[in-house]
Design a protein around this ligand. Sequence first.
Ligand SMILES: Nc1ncnc2c1ncn2[C@@H]1O[C@H](COP(=O)(O)OP(=O)(O)O)[C@@H](O)[C@H]1O
Ligand SMILES: [Mg+2]
Length: 252
Amino acid sequence: MALRVDRIFKTFDGDDAKRATHQVFDEFSLDIADGEFVAVLGPSGCGKTTLLRMIAGFERPDAGRIIFDGGDVTGPASDRVVVFQQPGLFPWLDVRHNVAFGLQLRRRRIDWAPVDEILSTVGLSDFAGHAPYELSGGMQQRVALARSLVMRPKMLLMDEPFAALDAHLRHAMQIFLRELWQDIRTTVLFITHDVDEAIVLAERVVVLGSNPGRILGELDARDIHPSSTDLLDNPEYRRLRHRAVELLGEEP
Ligand SMILES: Nc1ncnc2c1ncn2[C@@H]1O[C@H](COP(=O)(O)OP(=O)(O)O)[C@@H](O)[C@H]1O
Ligand SMILES: [Mg+2]
């Protein structure tokens, strides 16, 4: 097991008199196997980002355990890297130095071979010397992904990374990510509120409900791929889509 979220509790205090204490998770559990690609699908505010932040180690559960690779998560580490919705690149560094940034924190002398290899993997070798603002949104997101992958993480934590992209780019990035994962087989937790995105990307879709965040059901989406051209004619895709919408609709 790569990740075990074991009966966690998480509440946020209301930040003023009007806001009551909010119980985001109440004995929530989730297991993710090594090399699995799991999407967590749920409506806005159900706790997806909070869950990801706890797995990343940015936030601690009030009770319960998060066990990654056999050890308790006590803080952020380079074996679990996060890819956010905004690429968050340094505008004063070129693409190559943005990708190398994490390695540089680890060690003063950078080994450029893995940096250039990962740039080639994400199809950006020709843009190594460009500044981030010279690239499209999709390319910037690929730089952000490369910057995470160069750390050789055991797990990629992705929080709606394509939500800011237009539909066309988003689809291209879905195909890209899925093919990349097929090569590297890193464990992926991908968070989205988009039913189609969850189904086309992940092998397993975990559908969350709110108040408190809880699993409404799971879908096996191994047979559906973002590169399929005739998805709408695919009965299995339609069945999964219908089931996801049904689960989400059961929300009180
Ligand atoms: N730092 C915080 N302080 C207070 N409330 C928070 C904080 N972070 C998240 N919340 C609340 O917790 C709930 C879950 O938030 P979040 O995990 O961001 O949901 P999602 O990512 O699914 O949209 C929301 O009601 C949100 O308002
Ligand atoms: Mg969120």
